[in-house]
Design a protein. Structure first.
Length: 274
């Protein structure tokens, strides 16, 4: 089986650690081999405050490494996926950026080849799950909101990721395609909490049992800063937890279907009802 370079987007350390630690357990369960783990902090919204070539150089070198070693980069969060897509688009459109990277790294750029150097984890996860011995749809009767980046709406439809998750887990999934406002915590916390609260309580009021996300920023804003969102909204309820996709999948396996194994105690909004 093909082995992967696991990309750890360490943008928000506590939230990203929770995601990646659960994903590593899941990859081991599914016997998906990892060659190494690479840590980067990826969020294009910060580009006005940092030097673009230096920001993209690390990502470019990682793509080159994957290309040269015949591995693929496994992306566990949607922010990393979008950042790579934006980077490749910029390489096509911006001659100055392309030439600067060639000068800094001393290599030519084959953009078409780089486009085949990465894969979003859900795309291989669902296929691997079909051959695994799982508990029989233990999420049957639960309803969750899946908050996905607006830019991934077309991908979600074409990949049938929602249908696949529903079939495997027994969940009823309601998709919400939203912008992530976590980056605003660095520049305008009041606005970040206000915008995050609006999205969080819209999903809460739809009658879901929990919220599912592949976006580290969404988890950071809505879980790790949950009290601030509650205050910003003027609400008095804070009971609907956020989960990462691997936590939901790991709950299907007998040996990992526990609060301790799923690291629920690290959540600010404890998933008590689960």
């Amino acid at each position: 089986m093909e082995s992967f370079i696991l990309l750890h987007n360490n943008l928000y350390p506590k939230s990203s650690h929770l995601l990646i630690s659960n994903f590593k357990v899941l990859l081991e369960k599914l016997q998906i081999p990892i060659e190494k783990t690479q840590t980067l902090a990826l969020e294009g919204k910060f580009l006005p405050f940092i030097e673009r070539v230096k920001y993209y150089q690390k990502l470019f070198l990682l793509l080159l490494e994957a290309q040269e070693t015949n591995h693929k980069i496994l992306l566990c969060d949607s922010q990393s996926l979008l950042e790579i897509k934006r980077f490749l688009k910029a390489l096509y459109e911006e001659t100055e950026l392309r030439e600067s990277l060639i000068k800094e790294c001393g290599v030519e750029i084959d953009i078409l080849s780089l486009e085949n150097c990465f894969v979003f984890a859900p795309e291989i996860m669902l296929n691997a799950l079909k051959d695994s011995h799982l508990k029989s749809k233990c999420w049957q009767g639960f309803k969750c909101a899946l908050i996905l980046d607006r830019e991934l709406e077309t991908w979600a439809i074409e990949s049938q990721i929602i249908v696949g998750l529903e079939e495997i887990t027994g969940l009823k999934i309601m998709p919400f395609f939203k912008e992530s406002y976590a980056y605003l915590m660095q520049v305008n916390q009041v606005l970040a909490y206000k915008m995050g609260a609006a999205d969080y309580y819209e999903m809460v009021d739809s009658g879901v049992d929990f919220i599912l996300t592949p976006n580290i920023g969404n988890f950071e804003l809505m879980d790790q800063n949950a009290v601030e969102l509650k205050i910003a909204s003027g609400r008095d309820d804070l009971e609907i937890p956020l989960l990462f996709i691997p936590q939901v999948i790991l709950a299907l396996f007998e040996e990992t279907a526990s609060c301790n194994a799923l690291q629920f105690k690290e959540h600010k909004i404890l998933p008590r009802m689960l």
